[in-house]
Design a protein around this ligand. Structure first.
Ligand SMILES: *[C@@H]1O[C@H](CO)[C@@H](O)[C@H](O)[C@H]1NC(C)=O
Ligand SMILES: *[C@@H]1O[C@H](CO)[C@@H](O)[C@H](O)[C@H]1NC(C)=O
Ligand SMILES: *[C@@H]1O[C@H](CO)[C@@H](O)[C@H](O)[C@H]1NC(C)=O
Ligand SMILES: *[C@@H]1O[C@H](CO)[C@@H](O)[C@H](O)[C@H]1NC(C)=O
Ligand SMILES: *[C@@H]1O[C@H](CO)[C@@H](O)[C@H](O)[C@H]1NC(C)=O
Ligand SMILES: *[C@@H]1O[C@H](CO)[C@@H](O)[C@H](O)[C@H]1NC(C)=O
Ligand SMILES: *[C@@H]1O[C@H](CO)[C@@H](O)[C@H](O)[C@H]1NC(C)=O
Ligand SMILES: *[C@@H]1O[C@H](CO)[C@@H](O)[C@H](O)[C@H]1NC(C)=O
Ligand SMILES: *[C@@H]1O[C@H](CO)[C@@H](O)[C@H](O)[C@H]1NC(C)=O
Ligand SMILES: *[C@@H]1O[C@H](CO)[C@@H](O)[C@H](O)[C@H]1NC(C)=O
Ligand SMILES: *[C@@H]1O[C@H](CO)[C@@H](O)[C@H](O)[C@H]1NC(C)=O
Ligand SMILES: *[C@@H]1O[C@H](CO)[C@@H](O)[C@H](O)[C@H]1NC(C)=O
Length: 602
């Protein structure tokens, strides 16, 4: 098969949706823009091994709060080294966006949120790579799918779902090596058929494990998002200002606009995550995300913290505590401090991914040296009043910086004693202005970070995620009106061995000759070191409802644009995928995709 044919062969299997927004079925087709996922071709047969698809769940979520779907999974009777899941949801009526967590027993393996349905009905599918959990997929599992929904006379949308898993084999690649063991940092209540997510700060999230003594690498992933009063935490104000507009537009939400999720090992800080502001499909103004969902809304990204510097310490055969906390910020001017709690609720779980060394080896080395001074936090706050003493405008700014460096020496089965380290350099700015007595809000925020291991592991992640949002709100007891202009973006450059797939696998497969039994670690003839994902969204939307008891608001529309570029990084870098989408009032007016050498236009 020639290279170009191979590209089109793959292209056939990665087309993201069969039709645009409105199709013959009369349903609105929602989607989230994402880079291609490697799946066996739907037309051809997988040339590398068997292809098996299993249905894991077919279930209609109606009044499902606190009652997750419980299922059984057994591995297919054939070898596989790749798994992708496909989640399809259809719904009709009125409903909020809902958060869903998929677990194997007490271990969260996927977090998604749902698109808001319409009166005529919606449908969408999302495909996700799962090879990071290969050790779990190779054993029977209890599937717990927690999608809490409530159906009543106004919120009528039942969420009808299908979840399948497809198993296949590709030639072994050195790109992403799945962990040998994965341990949950969660409430550990899967055995009682419950959802193991911790709701911080009400729950305390800490587990203790005695780990294998022959580890050579370990990574903790954090899955965290704000809900209820913390869903749009980046718009929250300092706690001393929540009553600023109380008598006119109502109370504001507190604890400031900065959040940090912290990972502790036996009371030592092991790493942090400054969350990406995921916006669910009902967030800010719903028309911004219909049918084009917000960045990561259908697949909430997990943050990786390499804890290899703790591996010699954790290999002592004793029990150790892993704790995750969520914190906010106090307003104390140029010397502001961490507020050791947040308003309800952060939905958090973590996982320890363990990579084992030779069987009888015992890993030794030095105690971790942890340099993790408190972040530097600076805040300002001004209030302007009108002629009769009413607060008219509130302006708050926050900047935060943190440097963290953890190192140790580790002796693995190779006999060589090596230095390992984990460093994080993160900075953050937030500007929040509430004017017109609190009815208008401007939020401008950015987070920029660089996470790195030492050279012996060679992982790094450089990230940036800005959001700029203007928002008005008006309500008089019965009628409610919303408007927003929002732009936001996300950029991740990942090099080295990440736990979660870096997205290059589809390209590595097409770049290698079929049947050669090897995947070249190259894309278009270049040896790659990693990938860059860059995306931006901008949109304007309106919402108007005069009667809260109706099943559809009077107006709920908007327009939005998204661009995405996905690049393989070599000495220089090369774009391997791009997509531009424009959506106006539920209609896709532009959708252009380029996939490596070929360009698809719609
Ligand atoms: C996912 O499943 C849906 C429903 O069966 C199907 O229409 C869609 O093509 C599947 N997507 C992929 C990538 O296989
Ligand atoms: C979802 O399932 C319910 C039954 O549980 C059914 O009445 C409804 O028509 C289904 N909705 C869609 C959009 O298929
Ligand atoms: C499920 O998880 C609980 C708590 O982590 C554990 O006690 C139980 O043994 C697990 N069940 C299975 C089948 O793995
Ligand atoms: C968990 O759910 C399964 C399937 O519905 C059921 O067989 C089992 O008894 C339940 N276990 C508990 C502890 O409720
Ligand atoms: C003005 O804002 C301050 C600070 O939030 C608050 O304490 C005060 O009650 C507000 N004044 C009025 C009249 O609402
Ligand atoms: C916040 O928690 C950290 C870690 O537990 C602790 O060192 C610090 O003293 C706490 N700060 C306050 C104000 O309680
Ligand atoms: C100040 O604001 C209050 C509340 O909106 C309003 O009732 C009052 O008329 C305003 N006063 C002036 C001088 O604008
Ligand atoms: C609220 O505003 C709507 C739309 O302008 C109007 O129809 C309604 O009468 C108002 N209600 C009250 C209580 O002022
Ligand atoms: C909102 O965004 C649209 C489209 O980018 C732009 O035309 C308009 O001027 C913006 N409005 C405001 C008030 O920023
Ligand atoms: C929000 O408004 C400000 C001031 O008018 C403008 O500079 C900014 O571009 C707007 N943001 C968006 C996302 O439209
Ligand atoms: C989307 O892009 C088009 C063309 O560049 C532009 O006219 C429109 O204002 C954009 N819409 C938004 C909401 O940014
Ligand atoms: C979108 O829908 C609204 C409400 O029906 C309408 O006022 C607006 O003109 C529409 N915009 C476009 C570009 O068709």
């Amino acid at each position: 098969m020639s290279c170009i044919m191979a590209l089109f062969f793959l292209l056939g299997s990665v087309v993201l949706q069969a039709c645009l927004a409105r199709c013959d079925d009369g349903l609105l087709h929602d989607f989230q823009v994402h880079p291609p996922v490697l799946t066996p071709s739907s037309t051809g047969k997988n040339e590398y091994g068997c292809v098996v698809t299993q249905t894991l769940m077919e279930y209609d979520f109606a009044n499902s709060y606190g009652s997750p779907y419980i299922g059984e999974y057994s591995p297919p009777n054939c070898d596989f080294n790749r798994v992708v899941i496909n989640f399809t949801l259809t719904s009709k009526g009125r409903q909020y966006d809902r958060l869903a967590l998929m677990y194997f027993n007490s271990t969260e393996v996927w977090r998604t949120s749902t698109a808001e349905p319409t009166a005529d009905g919606i449908i969408y599918s999302y495909t996700k790579e799962m090879q990071q959990y290969l050790s779990l997929w190779r054993e029977p599992q209890k599937l717990i799918f927690d999608l809490g929904n409530i159906v009543d006379s106004v919120y009528t949308g039942i969420l009808n779902t299908t979840l399948t898993a497809t198993f296949f084999t590709v030639p072994e690649t050195t790109a992403t090596t799945p962990a040998d063991t994965i341990l949950p940092i969660s409430m550990l209540v899967g055995g009682q058929n419950k959802s193991s997510v911790a709701l911080l700060p009400t729950d305390s999230l800490a587990v203790s494990y005695t780990l294998p003594r022959n580890m050579k690498r370990a990574v903790i992933s954090i899955s965290a998002c704000g809900q209820s009063d913390e869903e749009m935490w980046y718009q929250n104000v300092f706690s001393n200002a929540v009553d600023t507009f109380e008598s006119v537009s109502g109370a504001l939400l507190g604890d400031g606009p900065w959040r940090e999720i912290q990972v502790w090992i036996d009371g030592m800080l092991a790493g942090v995550s400054w969350p990406f502001p995921v916006v669910f499909t009902g967030g800010i103004v719903p028309g911004l995300w219909k049918p084009l969902a917000g960045i990561d809304a259908f697949d909430l990204r997990e943050h990786e913290i390499d804890i290899t510097p703790f591996v010699p310490y954790l290999s002592d055969g004793k029990s150790h505590e892993f704790r995750i906390t969520a914190v906010g910020v106090n307003n104390e001017g140029s010397h502001s401090t961490i507020l050791n709690t947040t308003t309800t609720s952060w939905y958090v779980t973590g996982k320890v991914f363990i990579y084992l060394d030779e069987d009888n080896h015992i890993t030794t080395g030095s105690m971790p040296s942890v340099s993790a001074p408190d972040p530097v936090l600076e805040t300002t706050q001004h209030i302007w009043t009108n002629g009769s003493g009413y607060n008219e405008t509130l302006l708050e700014t926050t900047t935060a910086r943190r440097s963290l460096f953890i190192s140790s020496t580790i002796k693995t089965a190779t006999g060589k004693e090596e230095e390992v380290s984990w460093s994080q350099e993160i900075s953050y700015t937030n500007y929040n202005q509430l004017s017109n007595y609190g009815w208008y809000q401007t939020t401008i925020q950015n987070t920029i970070g660089l996470d790195k291991t030492g050279a012996s592991i060679g992982y790094s992640n450089a990230y940036e995620y800005p959001i700029n949002c203007n928002w008005t709100y008006a309500e008089n007891g019965t009628a409610e009106a919303l408007w927003s202009n929002t732009t936001r973006g996300l950029e991740f450059t990942i090099t080295g061995p990440s736990v979660f797939p870096d997205g290059l696998q589809p390209y590595q497969l097409v770049s290698s000759p079929a049947g050669s039994g090897k995947i070249a670690l190259s894309v278009l003839g270049n040896v790659v070191s990693g990938s860059t994902l860059k995306t931006t969204q901008s949109g304007t939307a309106y919402y108007f409802n005069t009667d809260p008891s109706t099943t559809a608001p009077l107006y709920n529309f908007g327009s939005s644009n998204q661009t995405m570029e996905f690049q393989a990084v070599w000495e220089d870098r090369g774009e391997v995928y791009s997509r531009i989408v424009h959506s106006i009032n539920d209609t896709i007016t532009v959708d252009e995709q380029t996939f490596q050498l070929g360009k698809v236009e719609r």
